[in-house]
Ligand binder design. Structure first.
Ligand SMILES: [Zn+2]
Length: 256
C-alpha cells in the first residue's frame, strides 16, 4: 500500500491561512432551544427537540451551529463543532487532517501562545487541538499573536478528556449564569456538568516534552509520513475519546 499523507491543503482568505477550527462570519449561532430533560441519570439540560447522536457529545449537549465556512474568518472565534471534532479525533487545528500516524513515536504536537516564553506544562489543560509540525511552522510564521508575542510547543504522549467549556444554566430558572463568560466544567463535577451547554472540549496534556525546533519536527514528520505504509484511518488510536475516522488526502501545499 502506498503512503498517504494526512496533511491537508490549508484554506486561505485574502492571502492569509485560515485554521480549520476558525469560525466564519456566516456561521452564526441560531437560538438554542434548551430545556430541562429527564435523562438516565436524572434531570439536566437538553434541547426541546434533541437528537442525541447529533446534539449530545460526551454526555453533554453541544451548542448548535451551522458549519458553512462562508463570509470572512473570525480569527478570535473557534467553531464549536470543528473544534470538538479536531480535539476528539486529534485532527490538526490548522489543516483539519489527522495527526495520528504522523510521528513514529505516536506522540502528538501541541502549540500554544506564550507571551512570557512559558513552556507547556505537564498536566496542563487545553481547549486548543493538536497540530502537524508543518502546520505549526506555518502558524508561527503567519499567525500574528504567535509570530509577534511568542509561542510554546510540546510533544504529548497522552491526552485524556477533562471536561468542557461552555455556558452554564441555572437548574430551576434556566437562566444563563455568568452570561458571556466561558465556564470550565470537569466531567468529574457530576452536578454542574448536567447544566452546561458545551462549546469546547478540554483535554489534559500528559507525558509532555517541550520542543522548540519546529524545523526538525517537520523533517521527522515528513519522514514518518513518507515511510508509513499503513492507512492513517482506522489506526485504532483513541486518545481523546474517539478514534479518528477521516480518510487521508494527498498533501497539497500546507504552506501555501
Ligand atoms: Zn495540519
Amino acid at each position: 500500500m502506498t503512503a498517504i499523507s494526512p496533511i491537508r491543503p490549508v484554506r486561505y482568505w485574502n492571502g492569509t491561512p485560515v485554521p480549520f477550527i476558525t469560525s466564519w462570519t456566516k456561521e452564526v449561532a441560531p437560538p438554542q432551544p434548551v430545556t430541562v430533560i429527564e435523562g438516565c441519570g436524572g434531570r439536566g439540560l437538553g434541547f426541546r427537540d434533541e437528537v442525541a447522536h447529533i446534539d449530545r457529545h460526551y454526555g453533554v449537549p453541544w451548542v448548535r451551529m451551522p458549519a458553512v465556512r462562508g463570509g470572512r474568518p473570525d480569527f478570535k472565534l473557534v467553531h464549536p463543532l470543528r473544534g470538538r471534532q479536531a480535539m476528539s479525533r486529534l485532527l490538526c487545528q490548522v489543516c483539519g487532517g489527522p495527526t495520528i500516524g504522523t510521528r513514529t513515536d505516536e506522540r502528538t504536537l501541541f502549540l500554544a501562545g506564550s507571551a512570557g516564553g512559558r513552556p507547556i506544562a505537564e498536566g496542563e489543560q487545553t481547549m486548543s487541538p493538536p497540530v502537524h509540525a508543518v502546520c505549526a511552522r506555518l502558524a508561527v510564521r503567519e499567525c500574528p499573536p504567535l509570530r509577534d508575542r511568542g509561542w510554546a510547543a510540546a510533544l504529548v504522549g497522552y491526552t485524556p478528556v477533562w471536561g468542557v467549556a461552555g455556558s452554564l444554566f441555572h437548574p430551576h430558572t434556566l437562566e444563563e449564569l455568568a452570561a458571556k463568560k466561558l465556564c470550565r466544567v470537569p466531567f468529574s463535577d457530576t452536578r454542574r456538568i448536567r447544566w452546561v451547554l458545551a462549546t469546547h472540549l478540554i483535554i489534559t496534556l500528559e507525558q509532555v516534552t517541550p520542543v522548540t525546533d519546529l524545523d526538525a519536527l517537520v523533517d521527522e514528520e515528513a519522514e514518518a509520513i513518507r515511510t508509513s505504509h499503513r492507512p492513517v484511518s482506522g489506526s485504532g488510536a483513541d486518545r481523546a475519546g474517539h478514534g479518528q475516522t477521516s480518510s487521508a488526502a494527498p498533501r497539497a501545499g500546507a504552506r501555501g
